[in-house]
Design a protein around this ligand. Sequence first.
Ligand SMILES: [Mg+2]
Length: 250
Amino acid sequence: MTGFERSVYIIDLDGTIYSSEVPIFEVIGIVNRLPASDTYYLSNSDVADQRTIAAKLESMGVRDVAVANIRTALDLAPAWIAAQYGRQRKIYAPGNEQLAEHLDAAGFEVTAQSNHRWPVSDGICVLSSMTGTAGSIAASYRLGYPDPVPPGLALTHIDTVLSREGRYIPGLGHAVIGAGLDPGALPHIGKPSTYGASDLGIDPSRHRITVIGDADITDGQLATSLDALFLQVRRPALSPVPAGVIPRRI
Ligand SMILES: [Mg+2]
């Protein structure tokens, strides 16, 4: 670890610490052996904020959770949007009241209504896991603009699957792919964007970083971008083997 100030750990939540409301105790046991002050939680959730996540982690037996060490896509959204687009643009967050409230509190003009004619031309549309019509909205942008990255369209995250009730279901990234767009090329708030890690003060030039997560497309790519070790959690709902971690550098 020569040259690094200290080792830090970035832990994914959905599919890693828990699957829906079901704790994955094998991983929680590992996380509880890490130094709490150097353990960070980075979630692509666009409906739960850091305090909600802290309470959930504590209820599942994760020890010494620091709220300041947690970021979700919901937490990151206001500053990320301001950095990407400025504060003057109208924000459409179809279907996601939590995101709309977060952005409204930060001073944005925002609506969560879905009954617009898409694509909108007077603001930024942020698709989220709560956007039930994400696929058709993305398709409207695809048709409305010839660009592979349609202007004014952003995502809270690019997860292709989400866990629900202990199972995995198609996620926002899946809907966007179905519309013929590359979710990784679209502006996105959550992983694998390094924005959240940067907001947590994690710096690959100073920190020896380990990422523990379940998804290659988000956690694995984040690890690659941060030159980190990636410990991949097997998915108990998809794999016959017990939950656990396997060291892997990609
Ligand atoms: Mg995950």
